[in-house]
Design a protein around this ligand. Structure first.
Ligand code: SAH
Length: 510
């Protein structure tokens, strides 16, 4: 098989990143490779082909773009017969943008795909036999658009000197310019529009105003926004490769004044148009009027993929915004993690609380607690909740949030869970009744899993944004005697391949 050859195939399956999988049956055309060279993937159906932007059931013409030893990558050239699950993506940039890789699948088939992905990880990686019977449901959204409370837009300049603000194209760092993103809060469209003018004006005066990632030169790197969906409070954070906009003090002040006024205009324009058009949103979210509550600069001078640096400087308003999940109120700083889909988060945390099954007498650990979101939910129903989190700013927020909600039965530690938890356990010997973990994608450190096992809780609730590492950790814990009881999947990130899973494990069988 050679590059640039074209084939017609039918898509039979979807891979972990949402790419379609089909087979090329033409066994003669293998470029001199024998069937053995294709290992398991050269099965009876032929050579495995991965094709982006395709859906199970599509009959497509593909051009081979990369030949690997055991499989090939094809580019979608033509849809000969569309799958019944195929829809026209609601965003015209969906194919080039790396964000919504599933947007060309009907929402229902996106949900099926995510549920099956979780089941398959639990079976293949987790060694769970009846995973299908244990996964209760995938909970999707009624209206899977404009759901995100946080957006992160990289800023750049194209070769003609035009400002680009948007998202990275899939697997690259080239920026797809966007006027609008239909996954985010609508106020972002007005912010992007007005900031584009403000950035262009400054770029015309000073070519180093915008960051160039390749050269690691220039100033403005990212625009990060967050809206409290139940308060309307808006935070705008500009990430810069420097300490200020300009060394010239009066110029620096002027740039900031212009920035503030362009953002206030954006908010006014949003409020004027959408409060009228979005009556339903107003009704369901209470005071939906957006107000600029925090404007800050984040200093990131590193050559890194990490968007935010360690230092934040508030240049207008408060240091944080406020939002609610259910009845619990949270202060959220620009640097702190806060679930991006507020509607689904409330449901997800409700399930975590159901699985924790608290009566009021329990001692609970919430590991990877962020700003204490799950901890405070639990604290309403538990005797005592301990939380641990690595970001100092988030732990400061967690402590303030406990006070804000008059929840005095909490104690927060800042540091790595895998270092703090074993240390606290050794010093106090306290064995929690229930443990909740909500780690980042890479999952839990085995040192932490060992300590969890030693602590021998009655129940372990694991919230995960990556079913593969979740399944790996479940396997590790199963070998120590824990048992998977139930799981529920939540579509927190509609149109992307990601989902959130919450599982209940019973403690070690004695
Ligand atoms: N439970 C919170 C946060 C979950 S996200 C919520 O639902 O909002 C995962 C969190 O783990 C992030 O806040 C991240 O900063 C934190 N984290 C990452 N590595 C960690 C580690 N080794 N120890 C403790 N916290 C860590």
């Amino acid at each position: 098989m050679n590059k640039n050859e074209e084939y017609i195939i039918t898509i039979e399956d979807i891979g972990a990143d949402g790419e379609g999988i089909g087979h090329i049956a033409d066994a003669d055309n293998t470029g001199g490779l024998s069937a053995d060279d294709f290992g398991d993937t050269k099965d009876k159906r032929g050579i495995t082909v991965f094709v982006k932007d395709t859906v199970v059931g599509d009959e497509v013409k593909v051009k081979i773009i990369k030949v690997k030893k055991n499989y090939v990558y094809g580019r979608l050239m033509e849809i000969i017969k569309p799958s019944p699950y195929r829809v026209t993506a609601a965003c015209p940039k969906a194919r080039s943008c790396g964000g919504c890789t599933l947007m060309h699948m009907s929402y229902e088939s996106q949900l099926d795909y995510k549920k099956n992905k979780v089941i398959s990880c639990l079976e293949r990686i987790g060694g769970i036999r009846d995973a299908e019977g244990l996964v209760e449901e995938i909970y999707g959204m009624d209206a899977p658009y404009n759901y995100r409370n946080k957006m992160q837009f990289p800023v750049g300049v194209d070769k003609d000197g035009n400002i680009k603000i948007g998202f990275y194209a899939g697997r690259t760092h080239s920026i797809i310019d966007l006027d609008e993103c239909i996954t985010g809060h609508k106020v972002n469209n007005y912010i992007l529009n007005n900031l584009r003018i403000w950035i262009s004006d400054n770029y015309k005066k000073d070519k180093s105003f915008v960051y160039n990632e390749e050269l690691h030169k220039g100033l403005l790197r990212h625009i990060v926004t967050r809206v409290g969906f139940s308060t309307g409070e808006l935070s705008v954070c500009l990430v810069i490769n420097g300490d200020r906009f300009s060394r010239d003090k009066s110029r620096d002040v002027k740039i900031k004044e212009e920035l503030l006024s362009c953002l206030k205009d954006a908010v006014d324009e949003y409020n004027k148009f959408y409060l009228e058009a979005d009556k339903k949103a107003v009704e369901s979210n209470g005071d939906y009027k957006v107000k600029l509550t925090n404007l800050s600069l984040n200093i990131n001078k590193e050559k890194t993929n990490k968007i935010l640096g360690d230092k934040n400087i508030t240049i207008y308003g408060e240091d944080y915004i406020t939002d609610y999940i259910g009845d619990v109120r949270f202060n959220v700083s620009p640097q702190s993690f806060f679930q991006v889909n507020p509607i689904q988060t409330k449901r997800l945390y409700g399930k975590a609380l159901e699985y924790a099954d608290l009566s009021g007498n329990e001692i609970v650990w919430d590991m990877y607690c962020g700003i204490g979101t799950i901890s405070l939910f639990l604290a309403q129903k538990a005797k005592k909740v301990y939380g641990v989190e690595i970001v100092p700013q988030a732990i400061e927020d967690a402590k303030k949030n406990a006070v804000l909600n008059s929840l005095t039965n909490t104690e927060f530690y800042c540091g790595k869970a895998e270092e703090i938890v074993p240390k606290v356990y050794e010093e106090t010997g306290i064995k929690p009744d229930v443990i909740v973990v909500d780690p980042p994608r890479k999952g839990c450190d085995t040192t932490l899993l060992d300590t969890i096992s030693d602590m021998s809780p009655k129940r372990l609730v694991y919230v995960s944004c990556d079913p593969a590492t979740l399944a790996r950790d479940i396997k590790y814990l199963s070998d120590k005697g824990f048992r998977l009881k139930k799981a529920a999947v939540y579509d927190q990130f509609c149109h992307s391949t990601h989902c959130e899973v919450v599982v209940l494990l019973s403690g070690k069988q004695k």
